[in-house]
Design a protein. Structure first.
Length: 406
């Protein structure tokens, strides 16, 4: 199962990040301004976030595997349509919207499967997250290379081919659908919405703002503030600031693969709530300090912030499984991603205001303040008085620790 979900995670992020790498060639080919080309992706990104909850509900009703099949098939057909109508703005926007619509299936369907069927949930979430980071890093590289060799149409054809390959793997690679004992894995099996999950929703919304703000501002930060100290190394001399920033950002996303594994290992070894709190408690001061130090030390603080911000994700997803009943697990993940991708996108406006008023160097201290708010919210989970069966589940996993099946 983990082979399929990990491949799907790579493909999901690959689907969503190919377009930004094609904006300039599309602008030249269509004769449109850059802003007009960017507007073509509006519905793609909106539907990617907002449809996660209804897709999660459907996954709870019909199962994760049929929904993942629809994800691969729909994404492949949408990308194929974009390939054929790439130079017609209205049609391209329509097929990009379809790509976002079907990509919205992945997170609630796949993470729900992992949380209800994996024996070692935290580690499985970490491995799955690692492949998502690989998709983030590969998409602009692959899109740029294919566009350079064969043109924009070939880049969309590549998306279609990759998704079709995912569908074939899903349909022909057998994996078990046996549930694990739910009593050991879910703290809340009764009716109603458990209050720890409500607290997690608030924390995840703010964390989503921090994540979106980080992905938005990191390249600009390194291009404007990191170029001077990068040039100290002879290896980078002669390279443009934009290329340096892109290379460094890609490197950080690749390092995020290690962060996801580290988060999975920590979440498996220690109590999940405390691990989640600790990662945020380390991340927040790093972002705050980035505005108080200079040169390479400032860049190091940003890198550490991103590392722990990415590393907490498998722990966060494990906690969602702890605090929601299995019958609502896919919908719970759907609600998370509506908030993370939807409400979290408010960071775009916030970062625009901060950069305009105080400069790009103020962006990460502001994100650090948001992360500090997450720390305070998560602290309330640690103060919970009633016996925590989620902690008991942690202990059961540590005692048994079966071999991780991928």
């Amino acid at each position: 199962m983990l082979r399929v979900t990990s491949l799907g995670h790579l493909i999901c992020h690959f689907n969503m990040l190919v377009f930004p790498a094609l904006v300039l060639p599309l602008s030249h080919g269509m004769g449109l301004k850059l802003a007009q080309v960017l507007e073509l992706s509006f519905w793609m990104y909106l539907l990617f976030g907002l449809t996660a909850l209804p897709w999660g509900y459907l996954a709870d009703r019909f199962g994760g595997k049929p929904l993942l099949s629809l994800f691969f098939l729909g994404s492949s057909l949408s990308a194929l349509g974009a390939c054929f109508f790439v130079w017609q703005p209205m049609m391209l926007s329509l097929f990009l919207a379809g790509l976002g619509l079907f990509a919205g299936i992945y997170h609630p369907a796949a993470l729900g499967l992992i949380s209800t069927r994996a024996e070692r949930v935290s580690m499985a979430m970490g491995i799955n997250g690692m492949w998502g980071n690989l998709g983030l890093a590969l998409a602009p590289l692959a899109a740029g290379l294919v566009n350079w060799l064969w043109g924009v149409k070939a880049a969309f054809a590549l998306i279609a081919l990759v998704n079709f390959f995912g569908l074939v793997v899903l349909l022909f690679l057998p994996f078990s659908f046996a549930d694990k004992p739910e009593e050991a894995m879910s703290e809340e099996n009764g009716k109603g919405i458990p209050w720890p999950f409500v607290i997690m929703l608030l924390a995840m919304t703010l964390s989503g703002m921090a994540y979106r703000g980080t992905t938005l501002m990191m390249p600009a930060f390194f291009e404007l503030k990191g170029q001077a100290w990068l040039m100290e190394f002879s290896l980078f001399k002669g390279l443009s600031g934009n290329l340096l920033a892109t290379l460094l950002s890609s490197f950080i996303y690749l390092a995020g693969m290690a962060a996801q594994i580290a988060g999975g290992m920590v979440g498996e070894r220690f109590e999940s709530k405390k691990a989640y709190f600790t990662f945020h408690a380390i991340a927040a001061p790093c972002a705050l300090l980035s505005g108080l130090v200079w040169g390479s030390l400032s860049g190091l603080m940003v890198m550490l912030y991103v590392f722990f911000l990415l590393g907490m994700q498998p722990i966060e997803n494990t906690l969602i499984g702890r605090y929601t009943p299995a019958r609502l697990r896919h919908a719970a993940f759907g609600l998370k991603f509506v908030l993370v991708f939807g409400v979290g996108s408010l960071a775009v406006s916030l970062m625009g205001y901060v950069e305009g008023a105080y400069g790009v160097e103020a962006a990460f201290p502001v994100l650090g303040l948001i992360s500090m708010m997450v720390v305070l919210i998560v602290f309330s989970l640690l103060r919970k008085k009633k016996p925590d069966t989620a902690c008991a589940a942690d202990k059961i996993q540590k005692a048994e620790k079966p071999e991780l099946q991928v």
